[in-house]
Design a protein around this ligand. Sequence first.
Ligand SMILES: Nc1nc2c(c(=O)[nH]1)N[C@H]1C(S)=C(S)[C@@H](COP(=O)(O)OP(=O)(O)OC[C@H]3O[C@@H](n4cnc5c(=O)[nH]c(N)nc54)[C@H](O)[C@@H]3O)O[C@H]1N2
Ligand SMILES: Nc1nc2c(c(=O)[nH]1)N[C@H]1C(S)=C(S)[C@@H](COP(=O)(O)OP(=O)(O)OC[C@H]3O[C@@H](n4cnc5c(=O)[nH]c(N)nc54)[C@H](O)[C@@H]3O)O[C@H]1N2
Ligand SMILES: [Mo]
Length: 882
Amino acid sequence: MGNLIEKVSQRKISRRTFLKASAAGTATLALSGCSTSLTTVGTATDVGEKEGKWVSATCWHNCGGRCVNKAYVIDGIIVRQKTDDTRPDTPDVPQQRGCLRGRSQKFQAQGADRLKYPMIRKNWETGGGKKELRGKDEWVRISWDEALDILASETKRIKETYGNASILAPAPSIEIQNLLTAYGGFVPSWGTVSFGSWYLTPALIGFSDNCIDVKALNDRFDMRKTELVVAFGMNPAWSSMGNPTYHFLQMKKAGVKFIFIDPIYHDSISVLDGEWIPIRPATDMALLLAMSYTLITEDDPVNNPLIDWDFLHRCTVGFDADHMPKDAETDENFKDYVLGKYDNTPKTPEWASEICGIDPNTIRYLARAIGMQNKVSILAGWASGRAQNSDNLPQMFMAIGAMTGHIGKSGHMTGVCCWNYAANSGPPLVNSGGNGEPYLVSPLKEALCEAEMWTAILDKKYKPNKIINSIFGYPAGWKDTVKGLDLKTLVPEEDINIQMIWHTAEASLQTRDGMNKGIEAHRTVEFVVSQSHFLTTNSKYADLVLPVTTLWERAGDIAWGTNRDALIVSCQVIEPMYEAKDDQWIAEEVAKRLDIDPSEIVNSDRKQQFFNKLAGSTVVTEDGQSFEPLVEIKEADISEWGVQGQPQKGRIPLKKLLEDGVYQVERYKGDNYGFIAYEDFRKDPEKYLANTVSGKMEIYCQTLADIVNNFGYTKIAPYPKYIPPVQGYEATFKDWENRVEGDYPYQLITPHYLRRSHSIFDNIPQLKESCPNPVFLAAKDAEEKGVKDGDTVLVSSEFGQILRNACVTERLVPGVVALPHGAWCDIDEKTGIDHGGADNILSGNIPTGQGISGWNTCNVNFEKWTGTPLIPDHEKPQRIIF
Ligand SMILES: Nc1nc2c(c(=O)[nH]1)N[C@H]1C(S)=C(S)[C@@H](COP(=O)(O)OP(=O)(O)OC[C@H]3O[C@@H](n4cnc5c(=O)[nH]c(N)nc54)[C@H](O)[C@@H]3O)O[C@H]1N2
Ligand SMILES: Nc1nc2c(c(=O)[nH]1)N[C@H]1C(S)=C(S)[C@@H](COP(=O)(O)OP(=O)(O)OC[C@H]3O[C@@H](n4cnc5c(=O)[nH]c(N)nc54)[C@H](O)[C@@H]3O)O[C@H]1N2
Ligand SMILES: [Mo]
């Protein structure tokens, strides 16, 4: 690559003429950030007159949607985007249309703030060199050779000095995971990230096999047969882009009524004309216990049948004294707990109301509404489980679904409706093949819980545990994992000495608990490296920053994640920007320098990997009984691609799939792809056993209590019991009994926000302008504190402080502050206050239960800021280093 800076200065394209060639009026960034334009385009007039072509593309983010995205490329520059137009749009077979973020993807790929070259911190020296300057030092451009040599020699030095267990790679990309494993191992991180208590609990109690369970609910056509949806902490209009909200609209058209239980009157409630029952965060357990109390005390099998005794009897254990599982170590049961037998506190609506803030009569109304006589769907997002001490909450959802019999029947369901598969459950109808790459697992026993990852680095102590022994720890195979383990003895703390942090395709410094501690930890270790597209927070606080290619600069891929109906493909859209390299190339180059044979960690290039996935893709047969190859591949395709493979017959020719960018299974009413979750189990629980010790759904689950308690953080019961979160509503008071307000009297929640996919897209000026990322304050609270809409506000917790401009709204429960998740921090080094509004500046490091990251349990205070008001985010300069 020649000198890009020189080429930039030689560029002749004027901004005005370029804009003419570009559909969007906001193409300035694409222009100023685009290297490929520099060598190939010549003048603007050329661009305007040249024919381009549409290239199938897709997003590469963990955003809650899975959509088709197409890029119009002229001479190597993306000038415009569109979304799915391969078919007509109908309610049953909708187009897979993209969102505001997907349609801004070109501003990402061609952003002016893309990292252009490898860079090292100016004051860096072997061993660290002024480590406290991380995050504030200047950057120096270096060559790839220098960068790779530094990276390899620091990895070697640190391994030889401190051992492999001094190298932390939090949630690493596979190439670096393989590299570090081949080099003897590293310390991965583990955590409940998205799922909170939905991480381990469901699999242990027989309510799903995994934290991501696409088979937990009935399919989208059957959902239209329900009469009432009661949804807890679910806002698909914000957090499941693509079709989920459209599927809900079809339910509404079919006459379904919606009740939403949420601290926010959000856009999904308004679009579905739902009934809003405002609730305080992390108090769903109290509400559900009181609903259970109403059901138990009002049920009359003859005159007022609310409880499905048949289902409880046949399919569950632990509901009452007559149905205890054999391995129970106490004689306590759920029903008697609800009635107050053990603590003299019946869980009445009046009891719950004090905690959750919902009127007792409303609680009774809700309980009656979900009684067994009605066709009800009880749906939950993960958000209410992203709370400290919530390990029994998924069990409570299962218990209430079982009590009311809304499991395993058409029109009835209970479970998680979230993320990519919201409102579109059932086994996928079309599947990607594998890429054929190795997956090596670090042999070390050390792994850090993300809720204490940063404090473990600072304190040099961590809590090992016996259960999470694989990197992801996905729990479907929990029985094998815990076989032979003594779950009654706790593991003592152990020493750990992290001296190197290797960041890859994650934003952990932003997205994990307690950023201020995280920054401190980053300023303590001897070496930090980060591979990224932009100067993200991970990179800003690193020593060495390596620019990597985006998916659009690679050979192509199939979108990961789930979209039951559709398989979405992406081709290479543009050439690599500037000196950006593939993560895989970096891993191979470092391997060579560490005397590791690259073939140990990588099998083939990206093109072959893409081909493997395509060739292995399958699609359901018309009768719904089996799967057949999706893609037809000819000998000529194989030689054109220059890959290894065999010709095969398939549903769609390779070229057509790549051109369309999507293959979608046609669905229609009465097709063979309907799905009722737990139907077999409900019909014959003796034959179709649940994956539990008893083979039933366990409302009392000894395994759950034993496993969770063995993590050694906090203690739970084997059945749903209310435990106030460490930082929950009760903790907003210094003295709960007398309701004396504490120093942090508000509860913070961090909803997933339209501007971003987590931290991704936060640097896109267009999105910043359209979604300003305020802090949402309840009108009553704002008035009490003299804060007006638009005022700059200082939000403080025990752990940090941020500034944001206020959006004062009636749509939020008083006592709650809502700060959108994922903004990039922008810390004023003089005051330590974050002007970016990063949510995890406010969160602490408080692991509870199964190591939960309790995003929605964080207590804060706020006040009007008397210093200089904050300018809108989009007016701040971009982070452009070179
Ligand atoms: N306070 C609070 N914290 C939360 C949450 C919350 O609600 N509140 N939500 C949690 C949830 S649900 C989740 S899933 C996590 C998400 O946590 P993360 O996964 O850490 O978040 P992302 O912002 O998606 O970070 C992905 C990063 O990888 C980069 N990247 C993408 N592709 C590549 C690639 O090919 N190579 C390299 N090197 N980099 C790449 C992106 O640019 C981005 O910087 O956050 C969690 N954190
Ligand atoms: N725009 C956008 N969409 C995304 C993402 C993103 O970053 N941006 N991230 C994706 C990912 S990885 C994930 S895991 C999903 C997460 O998606 P969700 O789990 O839906 O996450 P949230 O947006 O945090 O919360 C949804 C709703 O729950 C409410 N809520 C919070 N706490 C409680 C509570 O204790 N009880 C009740 N009843 N309600 C509560 C919030 O007010 C909000 O309206 O989103 C995905 N979609
Ligand atoms: Mo997530």
